[in-house]
Design a protein around this ligand. Structure first.
Ligand code: FPP
Length: 239
């Protein structure tokens, strides 16, 4: 079902926000908002497949989110673990390649093993690449890329700092091989990037929705794609 969307973005990234407020409005614990948010993840993934989007990226847990109360951090990690295992057959049935990117050294051994397994089993799939950003921040990514690039230049007498161009840095970011996002969506009325894909978002179109993430379903996702299809992207040039 290729809905009535004339120009489909190749890569859509989402800053999923508002789970806590959704729960509070209902007198529930914050974690109930996160659990309901998983249903929106499923709905938006389905919508992305239906619309022919090739890459869907989700900002699930930032480096800064480690500063949340320990019980909320534990609940989010558990939810991630459970959802990933629960969705594996769905990924396999629908040709979805599943990837986790971020500072994986901070994740538990158990979660890392489950991630490795899920990534290996979905590796050959090509209909949609679903990337979950876990323990990720844009500044962390740029810093780790610059550090590794500098180390390689120092270790290789055939290279010098003139080889440190934008394309070279691209290859050291955790997103190497994934095209920059065409569209970045943020839910819940907040209008900022909050340290998400800072390098990669240079020419992304931004879409802000007042809808809280647990209520952001197929219809809302497709409305964002409609808005994107009307944008005039000039990449700093004149048309
Ligand atoms: C932001 O809402 C949401 C998060 C930090 C977590 C998002 C995680 C999920 C939806 C769960 C699982 C994800 C996957 C990929 C299976 P908030 O808590 O900042 O809400 P608030 O701003 O209203 O407090």
């Amino acid at each position: 079902m290729e809905e009535n969307i004339s120009k489909t973005p190749v890569h859509v990234s989402i800053i999923m926000d508002g789970n806590g407020r959704w729960a509070k409005e209902r007198g529930l614990e914050r974690v109930a908002g996160h659990a309901e948010g998983v249903e929106s993840v499923r709905a938006c993934t389905e919508a992305a497949v239906e619309c022919g989007v090739k890459y869907l990226s989700l900002y699930a847990f930032s480096e800064e989110n480690w500063g949340r109360p320990q019980d909320e951090v534990d609940a989010l990690m558990h939810l991630m673990f459970k959802s990933m295992l629960g969705e594996l057959s769905n990924f396999l049935d629908n040709g979805i390649r599943f990837i986790v990117l971020g500072n994986r050294r901070r994740l538990s051994k158990e979660l890392n093993e489950a991630i490795d397994d899920c990534m290996a089993r979905t590796d050959g799939n090509g209909r949609l690449t679903l990337t979950v950003f876990l323990s990720y921040s844009g500044r962390w990514d740029i810093l780790q890329a610059a550090r590794r690039l500098a180390e390689d230049i120092a270790a290789n007498p055939g290279l010098d700092t003139d080889d440190m161009d934008m394309h070279a840095l691209d290859r050291y970011l955790v997103t190497a091989g994934i095209p920059d996002p065409d569209l970045i969506i943020r839910t819940s009325g907040e209008m900022r990037l909050s340290n998400f894909m800072l390098w990669q978002s240079a020419y992304s179109e931004l879409y802000f929705s007042d809808v809280l993430w647990p209520d952001f379903r197929k219809q809302e996702f497709k409305a964002a794609l409609q808005s994107y299809s009307k944008r005039d992207r000039r990449y700093g040039k004149v048309k």
